[in-house]
Ligand binder design. Structure first.
Ligand code: ZN
Ligand code: ZN
Length: 328
């Protein structure tokens, strides 16, 4: 049992009537649990699970409805329910075995860095929006280089190969990865808020939650395998989205970033992707008079070519020749 007076003293000088509904719920949760470290740990873990599966399940449903196949990037590769279930079990395993302990160690560390947790009021939109934007840029940059490193022979073979099991990914597969990969790439997600907190000494975990929620949406949507006319990358041209990351899984090369297209563009690691896009568009234009079947057939052929090349490239990396030592 926690001492009710001790937990109530968290908010000794707080005027509850001035708080918004969300802030009142926030404080109520901390009062209910009574121990801020435990309350933060539990909330973080639950939030992650609710958002991860809450965002993945609509993709499972979309996958089951044939109408949506017209928006599927690799339309011939629909994951079976068994595949999705196997993936879910693996993801749950790593959530409990890797992420839960990380969350547990993270919070005492965050508090050491001076991060606010139970405190109310919560940061306003004007406060958290620029922070979240900064974390997006930081994570994308970190991920770009770390992801490329994971494609280096031994790291690929022992770690990143697991994530590449699906050449046509689906939402649930976003966090399907080796525990070491979860830890390495996860650093890009949590280092931004930690560094921000360290340098400004003015940071509330609420901003971090918004960031984690948006980052989960980004990762799951990028793996969804669907490109709708209303997808974000059609509105914000530098946003990566599924169309960008799906190619990485299909072709086993190019497009190493997460959220934005600019690093791949600057370093030219999107050359094959852009050549593929150009070929696809040209072929579509040339076949405008043809039937839908002919166009589908052409699309399938082009994709199969790119995928076959990717399979060869992967085999070379696994054999330790590296992606540069390609046999002509
Ligand atoms: Zn990769
Ligand atoms: Zn991926």
């Amino acid at each position: 049992m926690h001492n009710a007076t001790a937990s109530a003293s968290l908010y000794a000088n707080t005027d509850f009537s001035s708080l918004s509904w969300v802030e009142q719920q926030w404080a109520a949760w901390y009062l209910y649990i009574g121990n801020p470290v435990l309350a933060t740990g539990l909330m973080s873990f639950f939030m992650h699970e609710i958002v991860y599966f809450g965002r993945s399940i609509p993709w499972v449903i979309i996958e089951a409805i044939p109408y949506f196949r017209r928006y599927k990037l690799q339309a011939s590769k629909i994951p079976t329910p068994q595949e999705q279930w196997e993936c879910t079990k693996q993801v749950l395993f790593s959530h409990f075995m890797v992420e839960l302990p990380v969350i547990w160690f993270f919070h005492p560390m965050a508090e050491m860095f001076g991060m606010r947790t139970y405190e109310v009021p919560l940061p306003s939109f004007a406060e958290w929006a620029p922070q979240v934007a900064l974390f997006f840029v930081f994570e994308d940059t970190f991920h770009y280089f770390a992801h490329q490193a994971l494609h280096y022979g031994p790291l690929y073979k022992h770690i990143h190969k697991i994530h590449h099991k699906y050449s046509a990914p689906f939402g649930l597969a976003a966090e399907y990865a080796h525990p070491a990969e979860v830890a390495i790439l996860g650093m890009g997600t949590i280092a931004g808020p930690l560094l921000y907190c360290l340098f400004t000494a003015n940071f509330h975990i609420f901003s971090m939650y918004i960031w984690i929620i948006l980052r989960l949406f980004q990762a799951i949507d990028a793996h969804s395998g669907y490109d709708f006319p209303w997808s974000l990358q059609h509105i914000v041209p530098f946003w990566s989205g599924a169309e960008h990351h799906d190619f990485h899984h299909m072709a086993f090369t190019n497009n190493f970033s997460t959220s934005f297209r600019w690093w791949d563009r600057i370093f030219g690691t999107d050359d094959k992707y852009r050549a593929y896009r150009a070929r696809m568009n040209a072929a579509k234009k040339a076949m405008q008079g043809g039937s839908k079947e002919q166009r589908d057939e052409m699309e399938r052929k082009l994709m199969a070519e790119v995928e076959a090349e990717g399979i060869r490239a992967e085999a070379e990396v696994v054999r330790g020749m590296g992606p540069k030592a390609k046999v002509q």
